[in-house]
Ligand binder design. Structure first.
Ligand SMILES: [Mg+2]
Length: 285
């Protein structure tokens, strides 16, 4: 078992490479120029921090992609902010991403339910950003027994009463749809518990299995590919976390690049390359 917040992917000091060799650079350039769609994780890639956010990079990478006429999408498990909030924040950091290029797990959860079941009534275990995205697609939140679905995202005001109600509804047959099932996310300067453990609690209590939308579920990647009609082979994921970004991409048949500005420092065997900043992508296009 790896300790909380550790994915066991940090290399021993002698294996930390300072930079790519010239033949590795050439190879990466060849691979990236062949890609049509660049998927970016948000936290730990473009910015970091939750209360106070600090820009990591992205301006140069996005401008280079526009120049090269490549598609880009931000693919984030964030389920607490609406896409408008995320776009505003990126624009404050001078990262020129359009609203329709931001796919959050909250937005895709709402869309997934709409595509599969139409407009539904649901019980929410989650925050305002998720409710906003659900509302935009015509879903109606209810506190009552008429909820046909239990929708779960990160909820930092979670109570026993809320969890118990959600479990009762799920035990009664309401499917559990979760924005994602990651164990932790980076909060401030350390890892904090994410949505996954809450989903597990509900599954255990209700004797049911949840549908998971966000990374590392391939569902989120497939919905992103479908948006711009791109094949997995022509897409690449740029992320900071192996067990969500990189493993999720791999499950969807998508190659990836690790950036070392977030959770993990080491992704040998799964990433095409490891870069020290997202903007380094611009050097290979
Ligand atoms: Mg991240």
């Amino acid at each position: 078992m790896t300790p909380f917040g550790e994915t066991g992917r940090n290399p021993p000091p002698h294996m930390r490479k300072a930079s790519l060799s010239s033949s590795e650079k050439l190879r990466l350039s060849r691979l990236l120029r062949h890609k049509d769609l660049f998927l970016f994780d948000l936290d730990g890639v473009l910015y970091k921090g939750k209360e106070v956010r600090e820009k990591i990079g992205g301006t140069r990478a996005v401008e280079a992609l526009r120049q090269a006429e490549k598609n880009l999408l931000v693919l984030t498990n964030n389920s607490t902010d609406s896409v408008e909030t995320i776009r505003r924040r990126l624009s404050e950091f001078d990262i020129p991403v359009r609203q329709e290029e931001i796919l959050s797990s909250a937005l895709l959860t709402a869309e997934y339910i709409k595509n599969k079941h139409g407009k539904v009534t649901y019980f929410l275990v989650g925050e305002a950003g998720l409710e906003t995205e659900m509302k935009k697609r015509g879903h109606a939140r209810t506190e009552g027994d008429d909820a046909k679905f239990v929708v779960v995202g990160l909820d930092r005001m979670l109570t026993y009463a809320k969890l118990d109600k959600a479990a009762r509804l799920a035990a009664g047959g309401a499917p559990i749809i979760a924005t994602h099932a990651a164990r932790f996310y980076m909060y401030g300067d350390g890892p904090a518990m994410a949505t996954g453990p809450v989903v597990k609690a509900l599954e255990y209590a209700a004797g049911a299995k949840a549908t998971i939308i966000g990374k590392p579920s391939p569902l989120m990647f497939r919905m992103a590919l479908a948006r711009v009609r791109c094949s997995p082979a022509r897409a690449v994921m740029i992320g900071d976390q192996v067990d969500t970004d990189l493993e999720g991409a791999a499950r969807a048949g998508i190659e990836s690049v690790l950036v070392t500005t977030g959770v993990d420092r080491y992704a040998e065997g799964i990433a095409l390359a490891t870069l020290s900043n997202v903007d380094d992508i611009a050097d290979f296009l």
